[in-house]
Design a protein. Structure first.
Length: 389
């Protein structure tokens, strides 16, 4: 019983403390130490990040403040406490319980509302020139150099290979003869994305400004493809034919696995991240076998292996932006590719940022989330994003 009471008290203290920190974030009154404390709480779990995003969303905040005006705050706080006490042992799961989340939301309003009546809202990105997100689009270059724009209709190529369209996917429904290798190249432009089903059953996701060159039927001894940009693979198992991904002078060999390759030319290094299975990464005379959760970082000056959170690396494949302690320049490079926006720096803050948002959202919504930190501001002019402190 004493343990339960202790857990309940600790849960209430944590709820109040986090409410204070989130409200201070909105008000821009946190000290550096408090900002770091809030960042640590956000990064502690996916649930914390989602809750933080919901509580600081401009639309949700406006609705909550309107609701606040018609309620008795002290009564709501007391009711929330009673719900947490009623939850008993489940209080240790805070902030995942509904009761604790309600207490946190009410607590934030309790701290935040007095300020909101007398202060102006932080500047937000104008939506008049908002930029829409990417969509499923690509071009297919045939062996003879002919370029086919992938559209909304089924396509028959050379009377032999049928490409069907469904949810921004391209599928080879019929295998060609493997007597000789015939290559196609699927190219995804900026502000685009696509999904490809290779003849062996391997699935490839292509991020914006990426490409893959592949044979329409693999040979008897190996399966080899060439990529640029960012791609995610779920490789069909075939022990007799190893699968190889080539990007410039980096080679990745697998039998059956899931992994991500980021090989954009304007990134600091080429990164191969293993999600499941095993891969052999080779660059020159250096090679390394990765375990799930490891990333090979390959540049002109080094070959480094690092432990990473794979869910952050492959968020794009699941149509999410997910930034965890990410430098602003790295975020803007993704904005540049996904929204086909020109980035202009009037100032270049050295801060790192945390944010999660669907990639289906217009650019202004992502930029507003970053602006809420009070560490950076943006202006959209035509297709240009101006970055300011």
């Amino acid at each position: 019983m004493e343990d339960e009471d202790y857990n309940q008290n600790e849960g209430l203290k944590q709820a109040y403390r986090t409410a204070y920190l989130v409200a201070g974030f909105i008000r821009d009154t946190l000290t550096t130490a408090e900002k770091n404390e809030l960042d640590d709480w956000i990064k502690a779990s996916d649930d914390n990040m989602r809750l933080f995003d919901e509580l600081t969303d401009e639309k949700n905040l406006k609705q909550s403040l309107e609701w606040y005006d018609g309620m008795d705050t002290e009564t709501a706080l007391q009711q929330s406490k009673e719900k947490i006490r009623f939850a008993g042992k489940r209080v240790r799961l805070w902030p995942y319980s509904v009761a604790a989340s309600l207490l946190l939301a009410v607590g934030i309003l309790f701290y935040f509302k007095p300020w909101s009546k007398s202060s102006t809202s932080p500047p937000l990105v104008t939506q008049s020139n908002d930029i829409s997100p990417a969509e499923g689009k690509a071009t297919l270059t045939l062996e003879n150099g002919a370029v086919v724009t992938i559209g909304s209709k089924d396509t028959i190529i050379n009377g032999q290979i049928k490409i069907t369209q469904d949810k921004s996917e391209i599928m080879y429904s019929q295998q060609a003869s493997s007597a000789s290798l015939v290559y196609h190249t699927l190219t995804v432009p900026r502000k685009g994305h696509y999904k490809l089903l290779l003849p062996d059953g391997t699935i490839v996701w292509l991020n914006a400004e990426s490409s893959i060159r592949y044979p329409v039927a693999f040979g008897d001894n190996e399966r080899k493809v060439y990529v640029t940009g960012e791609t995610y693979f779920e490789v069909a198992k075939d022990k007799a034919r190893p699968f190889r991904v080539i990007s410039d002078d980096v080679s990745i060999e697998v039998l059956g696995t899931k992994f991500n390759v980021n090989a954009y030319s304007n990134e600091p290094y080429t990164a191969a991240t293993l999600v499941e299975g095993s891969i052999l990464v080779t660059k020159g005379s250096n090679e390394n076998i990765l375990k799930p959760g490891q990333q090979a970082q390959l540049s002109a000056t080094g070959f480094n292996i690092a432990a990473v959170e794979t869910k952050d690396i492959i968020a794009w494949k699941n149509n999410q932006f997910r930034f965890i302690n990410t430098p602003l320049e790295a975020i803007m490079r993704q904005v540049e590719r996904w929204y086909d926006a020109e980035i202009v720096y009037e100032d270049k803050p050295a801060d790192h940022f945390n944010a999660e948002i669907s990639r289906d959202e217009p650019l202004s919504k992502l930029l507003r989330k970053l602006e809420l930190t009070k560490r950076v501001h943006f202006k959209i002019e035509n297709n240009k994003v101006i970055v300011m402190k």
